[in-house]
Design a protein around this ligand. Structure first.
Ligand SMILES: *Cc1c(COP(=O)(O)O)cnc(C)c1O
Length: 366
């Protein structure tokens, strides 16, 4: 039995009727940008997340770039200011900071949770620190009460990278509504995925929302009048229509992921394989299911030989990348350990129990 890591085709097929109807509606409308579909999706997504505003944009990287750029335009930050960010994240979180001429201060995660270690944050704060960007990596909520308190105490903006955790919660609130602003990605493989690129910013700060909306539309708030040197970074009507369909199914899709994760947790019993600390389903929407193995590459090859596709998230941490050469000598042992030993098992809203059983059987025989 061949088991893919994630089948985007199967996900599209699951909602094929509704998706085709939505695309058809947009095609027939003759209106392809900045119209009703964006308005509807933005309203529905803001309501779902629990913020006053949602601004669609071209992708998740841009969403994060616009939040920081808007804070600069509003005078909250300036060139050279520091943003605390987990060292073990996808490159986009870091690129959004450096693109704005701000300085990322990399913070190690806790290995048990894989999320930013909140006990390390305070010692990294300097007079230049203006924000903490938390990343709900793998679908796990990274927010803690302590992070909220630190932001208050030091007057820092709390920015969430919610690219991997649509639908996740902390208490009664959803990630994406826990801080001052959040960037969301709708890259096809994300929990809420478009049929191409897409992204959004959510916030309840009106000034920030207005600035982000202008920046993502050439810096314009009024047609042919340009307040900022913005860019063209809009969500198109077809993607907004598709996202609105998929938003209706997001909680159901996340429930499938949680069921598969439960199966993995309950049944993987090979002592060579370490699973991350299990947390409540409210706090984890299992964008990915990372496991750790000392012989990771051998383990991956073994699964591949048995027709199970896996991926590594991520093989090279940002501070070891060529684009950040100046940091290559920095030592971040937990982040590096994760990069060297992590393997992501098949996970998604179309993985079924039979497939999970087969993955577990093979893992336990490794
Ligand atoms: C996917 C992702 C992004 C960027 O989203 P794109 O839509 O691909 O630009 C940002 N941060 C994290 C953690 C991601 O996984």
């Amino acid at each position: 039995m061949q088991i893919p890591f994630l089948s985007l085709k199967a996900i599209a097929e699951k909602y094929s009727g509704e998706i085709h109807a939505a695309v058809q509606r947009v095609v027939d409308s003759g209106w392809y940008l900045q119209g009703k579909e964006n308005e509807t999706f933005e309203n529905n997504y803001a309501k779902y997340i629990g913020t006053d505003y949602c601004i669609g944009c071209a992708n998740g990287l841009d969403a994060l770039i616009w939040i920081l750029r808007a804070y600069k335009e509003l005078g909250v930050m300036q060139d050279g200011d520091e943003v605390l960010v987990p060292a073990n994240t996808y490159i986009a979180s870091i690129l959004a900071i450096t693109e704005n001429n701000l300085k990322p201060v990399l913070i190690e995660p806790k290995f048990e949770t894989l999320e930013i270690d909140d006990s390390l944050i305070e010692s990294k704060i300097t007079p230049k620190t203006k924000a903490i960007m938390i990343v709900h990596l793998y679908g796990r909520c990274a927010y803690t009460e302590k992070i909220g308190e630190i932001c208050k105490k030091f007057n820092l903006k709390l920015i969430e990278d919610n690219a991997q955790s649509h639908g996740c919660r902390f208490d009664d609130r959803r990630t994406g509504a826990l801080g001052d602003a959040a960037g969301h990605s709708f890259y096809p493989g994300k929990n809420l995925g478009a049929l191409g690129d897409g992204g959004a910013v959510t916030t309840s700060d009106k000034a920030l929302a207005d600035t982000v909306r202008a920046l993502a539309n050439y810096g314009s708030q009024k047609k042919y009048v340009f307040k900022y040197c913005g860019r063209n970074s809009r969500l198109d009507e077809i993607q907004a229509a598709v996202l609105d369909v998929k938003l209706k199914h997001l909680d159901g899709d996340n429930a499938v992921r949680q069921q598969i994760a439960k199966y993995y947790y309950d049944n993987i019993s090979n002592p060579k394989i370490t699973l991350p600390k299990r947390i409540d389903n409210r706090n984890n929407v299992y964008h990915l299911f990372p496991v750790f193995c000392e012989q990771r590459d051998e383990f991956q090859q073994y699964l591949k030989d048995n027709e199970i596709q896996t991926l590594i998230h991520y093989p090279i941490p940002p501070h070891k990348q060529e684009c950040y050469k100046d940091w290559n000598r920095i030592s971040l042992p937990i982040t590096e350990y994760i990069a060297e030993h992590e393997l992501s098992l098949p996970m998604g809203p179309t993985v079924n129990i039979e497939e999970a059983k087969e993955v577990i059987r093979l893992i336990n025989e490794f």
